[in-house]
Design a protein around this ligand. Structure first.
Ligand code: CP
Ligand code: NVA
Length: 302
C-alpha cells in the first residue's frame, strides 16, 4: 500500500521529525555540491489546476537533483480538464509514474485520487490544506530557533488552507497556536474544536501575538477567491502584520509567509524585509523539505 501525504496527519509525529531533520541534512549536502541520486529513473507526475511558482519549481528541481524527472500536467492539457473521471485518471497515471503531486480546488479531489492510486499522492495545496508548505515552515523555524515544541505561534488573517495546516502542525509538532482572524473568516470549527487543547481563536491580533515566538500570515484572498479581493481588503484592514504588531510579540519572534505576498496588505514592506523575516529561507526550504518527503515516500527504507 502506497503512503500518501494529503495532510500533516498522514505522517506520525516521529516521521515528520525524520522528514524535517532529513531536509536540514539534504540542504547541507546540496549547498556543498554533493550529488545524491536516490530516485534515479523515477518519475513524478505533477497535476496543477491552480497557478504556482515555488511548488512547481521545487518539486521539479528536487526530482532532477535526485536523478529522476517530473512531468508538469496542467488541467488545461490533460483529459482531467475535459472531464475524465478522477478515479480513471488516478488508475492510469499511477501505472506510469512513481508518485503524483496534485494542486487543486476541493480537498476531496486529492482524497479520491489517492484512493485509486497505486503510488504515493502528495497534496500540493487544496482549498483546505497546504501541508508541503508546513514542512518548509517547520524546517525554517528549527534552523533559526531550534525545536518548535512548546512554543507559541500566532496566525494572523484568513482562516484558510494555510491556517488549517498550521492547526494540524500545532498538533503534530506540539506547539500552541493563536488564530487572529476577523469574524466570518474562521478556520473550520471542527478542526479548531478537535485541537482545543492547543488552538484558540483570539480576534484581536494585538492581543493574540503577545508572548508569541512566530507570527505567520498569508494573502487575504486565496486562489479561487479573486472576485472577493476588494471586499476582503475592508474586512481584513486591521489584520496587517506590521512593525507595531511584531513589536508586541517576543523579542526573538520570527515572521513567516508562504508567499506570494502583497506588501501593504497582509504584511507591511518593512516586516517583509526585516531581520526577523525568514520568508526567503522558508521559500528555499520548500525544495529541501519536499526532497526529504519524496525520499520518505518513494524510497523503500524511508
Ligand atoms: N507558497 C506556495 O505554495 O507558492 P506557489 O503558489 O508559488 O507554489
Ligand atoms: N492561501 C493561498 C496560499 C498560496 C500558496 C492560496 O490558496 O492561494
Amino acid at each position: 500500500m502506497a503512503r500518501h501525504f494529503l495532510t500533516l496527519l498522514d505522517l506520525e509525529p516521529a516521521e515528520l521529525d525524520w522528514v524535517i531533520n532529513r531536509a536540514i541534512e539534504l540542504k547541507k549536502m546540496q549547498h556543498a555540491g554533493e550529488i545524491y541520486e536516490p530516485l534515479k529513473n523515477q518519475v513524478l507526475g505533477m497535476i496543477f489546476e491552480k497557478s504556482s511558482t515555488r511548488t512547481r519549481i521545487s518539486f521539479e528541481a528536487g526530482m532532477t537533483q535526485f536523478g529522476g524527472s517530473a512531468i508538469f500536467l496542467s488541467s488545461r492539457d490533460t483529459q482531467l480538464g475535459r472531464g475524465e473521471p478522477i478515479e480513471d485518471s488516478a488508475r492510469v497515471m499511477s501505472r506510469m509514474v512513481d508518485a503524483i503531486m496534485i494542486r487543486t480546488f476541493d480537498h476531496e479531489i486529492v482524497e479520491k485520487f489517492a484512493a485509486y492510486s497505486k503510488v504515493p499522492v502528495i497534496n500540493a495545496l487544496t482549498d483546505d490544506f497546504h501541508p508541503c508548505q508546513l514542512l518548509a515552515d517547520m524546517q525554517t523555524y528549527k534552523e533559526h530557533r531550534g525545536s518548535i515544541k512548546g512554543k507559541t505561534v500566532t496566525w494572523v488573517g484568513d482562516g484558510n488552507n494555510m491556517c488549517h495546516s498550521y492547526i494540524n502542525a500545532a498538533r503534530q509538532f506540539d506547539f500552541k497556536l493563536n488564530i487572529a482572524c476577523p469574524e466570518g473568516f474562521d478556520p473550520h470549527h471542527q478542526l479548531v474544536d478537535d485541537n482545543a487543547d492547543r488552538v484558540q481563536i483570539i480576534r484581536n491580533p494585538k492581543e493574540a501575538v503577545i508572548n508569541s515566538d512566530l507570527i505567520v500570515t498569508d494573502v487575504w484572498a486565496s486562489m479561487g477567491q479573486e472576485e472577493e479581493q476588494q471586499a476582503r481588503m475592508v474586512k481584513f484592514a486591521d489584520y496587517q502584520v506590521n512593525k507595531e504588531l511584531m513589536d508586541l510579540a517576543n523579542p526573538d519572534a520570527l515572521f513567516m509567509h508562504c508567499l506570494p505576498a502583497h506588501r501593504g496588505e497582509e504584511v507591511s514592506a518593512e516586516v517583509m524585509d526585516d531581520l526577523d523575516s525568514v520568508v526567503w529561507d522558508e521559500a528555499e526550504n520548500r525544495l529541501h523539505a519536499q526532497k526529504a518527503l519524496l525520499e520518505f515516500l518513494m524510497c523503500q527504507e524511508g
